[in-house]
Design a protein around this ligand. Structure first.
Ligand code: DOR
Ligand code: ZN
Length: 364
């Protein structure tokens, strides 16, 4: 079976900084990716709009030049959100929007994930001039939706977790205070978040990663498969089922591809594990496997259409740029991923860490 699809856009990825960036971008291009939204939790963070890079901040302008020189100039689209910090001002939003450099901002829960220490609490953002300016200037808010500062059973137990708390306690307040804000709920992992996205009023979308469609907490815990450790952490079968059912609805337009591919050259550290799954090179194959596990026959028109909507069409439509006119092909045939050797060190793609073969391969 061959799938012939429009090239897709990874609307949530991490390209980092430094000498490995060309390898990360090349891995994306090799999997039919026509463009990306590159997250701003770099070192230092992308917390300004214009100006040269400094030891404490990239600007969108300077980080864009860095990525372009590393191969992203071949992309049809490159969006770099502004990292919302205590230094972000409404004037930066207005000027960034006017210059065309600013299309989105990213909310990180303080200390909630890799390089999230510059984030400010959602409670301080709700009602702020910054979010009002984003509403006025049509700037999308990308949200890492987890309540920060929780520990132990408040962080995760069978009934609640940092994400369900965020979607039941913070999100209703956010959308009530900022009804015109266009929001992407990033890498959602729970039934609670999926239900919120489906029923919320306004312009609300969500990215879903391959790992959250394929795996559960059991897969992570059994053998402590740390290449599957990312944040938000994979959840329970019931959550995975809700995500699967959300993406296969014919004609659905709110859910789209965003891999959260997050290269780490060191996963297991002296005191824990770096959060992030690297899916450069293998994300469409993993998404196809997830659709098939949900019972979708990708050989039928209906199946292929649902997959194409999720992978290639819904994301650009939400961000209001044209889908790609180029195409790529995938074949139903086993293939393997290999460790990516970069000047920063080796990076292990997720399925290698899980010890499984891919059921699909990208046709050259
Ligand atoms: O697992 C994750 N890794 N989640 C994030 O939010 C950040 C990412 C990273 O940058 O490594
Ligand atoms: Zn991310």
């Amino acid at each position: 079976m061959i799938l012939d699809l429009p090239k897709w856009f990874d609307l949530h990825t991490h390209f980092r900084q430094g000498p490995a960036v060309p390898d990360y971008i090349q891995a994306h291009r090799a999997m039919g990716c026509a463009g990306a939204l590159a997250m701003p939790n770099t070192q230092p963070p992308v917390s300004r709009v214009t100006g040269p890079a400094t030891p404490t901040a990239w600007s969108i302008e300077s980080y864009r030049a860095e990525l372009s020189a590393a191969g992203a100039d071949a992309f049809e689209k490159l969006i770099i959100p502004l990292y919302l910090t205590r230094e972000t001002t409404a004037a930066m939003i207005a000027e960034g929007a006017a210059s065309g450099l600013l299309q989105a901002c990213k909310y990180y829960p303080p200390h909630g994930t890799t390089n999230a220490e510059h984030g400010m609490p959602m409670d301080d953002l709700i009602g702020s001039d910054v979010l009002r300016a984003m509403e006025d200037h049509n700037i999308i808010l990308c949200i890492h939706g987890e309540q920060h500062g929780l520990s132990g059973p408040d962080y995760i137990d069978a009934a609640h977790n940092a994400e369900t708390r965020f979607y039941t306690e913070r999100m209703p307040r956010l959308i009530a205070a900022h009804p015109r804000l266009r929001i992407v709920c990033e890498h959602i992992t729970t039934r609670t978040a999926a239900e919120f996205v489906k029923s919320a009023p306004g312009d609300i979308g969500a990215t879903i990663t391959p790992q959250h469609l394929l795996y559960t907490l059991g897969h992570l815990i059994q053998g402590l498969k740390y290449h599957l450790y990312c944040l938000p952490i994979v959840k329970f079968a019931e959550d995975r089922e809700a995500l699967r059912q959300a993406v296969i609805v014919p004609g659905q337009s709110r859910f789209f591809a965003g891999t959260d591919s997050a290269p780490h050259t060191t996963k297991a550290t002296a005191c824990g594990c770096a959060a992030g799954c690297f899916t450069g090179g293998c994300a469409p194959q993993l998404y196809a496997m997830a659709f098939e596990e949900t019972g979708i026959d990708l050989g039928t028109d209906a199946g292929r259409t649902a997959f194409e909507n999720f992978l290639s069409l819904n994301g650009p439509a939400f961000y209001r740029f044209p889908g790609s006119t180029q195409r790529f092909r995938m074949e139903k045939a086993p293939s393997n991923t290999t460790v990516l050797d970069t000047p920063a060190g080796p990076v292990t793609p997720l399925p290698t860490g899980m010890g499984v073969e891919l059921a699909w391969r990208i046709k050259a």
